[in-house]
Design a binder for this molecule. Structure first.
Ligand SMILES: Cc1ncc(COP(=O)(O)O)c(C=O)c1O
Length: 395
């Protein structure tokens, strides 16, 4: 295996930058368009026959969107193509719509991002598509859960909030044997840390809003599909009128080029902070995939090339008021939802009410941290002083 196979640093820089799309400009420029003008009627008729291979109509994109989509495809060895969506949730929805039909059953991981679950409840169920939830640590036990109606298995690894790492190869093996489609929300790892298609997954979904954009200033989603599913994915997205603006695609491409360097720094800083937290008496458990306390840690070690900067921890006792004092006392951590930017964030989280297939027990309240590109020594000082506020008894 070459260094390039191990960490796609070179591909991140060169992917999608076809000269016919960029005319030599380094970052593929913004092409804005709705109408495309044809040479003559014969040219128009030829375009109708091959709309995906040329400028055709703004909704089908321009070299700005094509370049980003191709770059994301190149990052997933074994992939046939990528569709772009205006958000990560729209990408999850687009992938599920490409696969499921009334009467089908979907196996959904119990640690899925909450809006993914909400789509199953409020859109899929009324269409006659049933979602059944499974334990994220089920592994090859998924064989006992699938039924005749199971059309797809949805994974998210590590899971949202509680970070369980799944035994992806075991689940993929069962799915392949039974002809079941697999989809993964790969936002935490990105294809840099986990090339999902190379592990046999059929659809790799990203909220590019997070690490791909990397600067907390855009919304974007993507779905990358294997050859068997690519045409259907593209057709479904087109039928739903999905498209993204060229400015956002351009900004996302710009972020993508530094993804490798940023992920390394997020990973190193995150681990430094996670190791420090683990030693603090106020903390019961640090749910970081690279630490043994994290459920599924062994699978992370076996399958992933590294860690990004998002993880959670559980306080050793205490209540919501103490947790609130802790978060409010932080000065380098913003309080906000969308992680993956260059800045650190802290968020109070409540996994208990979200689960249905498994129950969540914990020693105290939980906090999710995103570790940004600041000096980790500053972040640790900040956390240490906020812990003093956690210890204070309420007046
Ligand atoms: C794991 C995961 N998947 C998907 C999404 C949705 O992405 P977006 O906010 O771009 O819709 C999020 C957003 O927080 C997320 O954390």
């Amino acid at each position: 295996m070459s260094e390039e196979d191990d960490w796609p640093a070179t591909r991140l820089v060169s992917a999608g930058r076809r000269r016919e799309w960029t005319a030599g400009i380094v970052n593929p420029p913004v092409w804005r368009a709705s109408t495309i003008l044809f040479e003559d009627v014969a040219d128009l008729r030829a375009a109708v026959k091959t709309p995906n291979d040329r400028l055709y109509y703004g909704r089908r994109g321009t070299p700005t969107q094509w370049s980003l989509a191709e770059a994301l495809t190149e990052l997933e060895p074994g992939a046939a193509g990528t569709m772009l969506y205006p958000s990560g949730v729209a990408a999850i929805v687009g992938a599920l719509q490409a696969v499921l039909k009334p009467g089908d059953e979907l196996l959904m991981v119990d640690s899925a991002y909450d809006p993914t679950r909400a789509f199953c409840t409020h859109v899929l169920a009324p269409l006659g598509i049933t979602a059944r939830y499974y334990d994220p640590l089920i592994g090859s036990g998924i064989a006992d859960v699938v039924s005749e109606k199971t059309r797809a298995i949805f994974l998210e690894s590590p899971g949202s909030l509680t970070m369980e790492v799944q035994d992806i190869p075991a689940i993929v093996a069962v799915a392949r044997e039974r002809g079941i489609v697999t989809l993964i929300d790969n936002t935490w790892a990105t294809p840099v840390l986990f090339p999902a298609m190379a592990h046999g997954i059929d659809f790799s979904i990203l909220s590019c809003t997070k690490y791909i954009g990397g600067h907390s200033d855009l919304m974007m989603g993507s779905v990358t599909a294997s050859a068997a599913h690519w045409d259907r994915l593209r057709r479904t997205a087109q039928l739903h009128g999905q498209c993204v603006g060229p400015d956002d695609a351009w900004l996302t491409s710009r972020g993508l080029r530094t993804l490798g360097a940023r992920l390394k720094a997020h990973g190193e800083n995150g681990l430094t902070v996670a190791h420090w937290l683990k030693e603090q008496p106020e903390i019961a458990r640090v749910l970081h995939p690279a630490l043994p306390d994290c459920p599924g840690h062994a699978y992370w070690k076996r399958d992933f090339k590294g860690a990004s900067g998002l993880f959670s921890f559980v306080f050793n006792g205490g209540d919501d008021a103490a947790r609130t004092r802790f978060i409010d006392a932080l000065t380098h951590f913003g309080i906000g939802f969308s992680w993956g930017g260059y800045e650190s964030l802290a968020l109070p989280i409540e996994p208990v009410s979200i689960r249905t297939a498994t129950s969540w027990q914990s020693e105290g309240p939980l906090v999710r941290l995103h570790i940004g590109l600041e000096d980790p020594a500053d972040l640790i000082r900040d956390l240490a002083s906020a812990l003093e506020h956690f210890r204070q008894t309420a007046d």
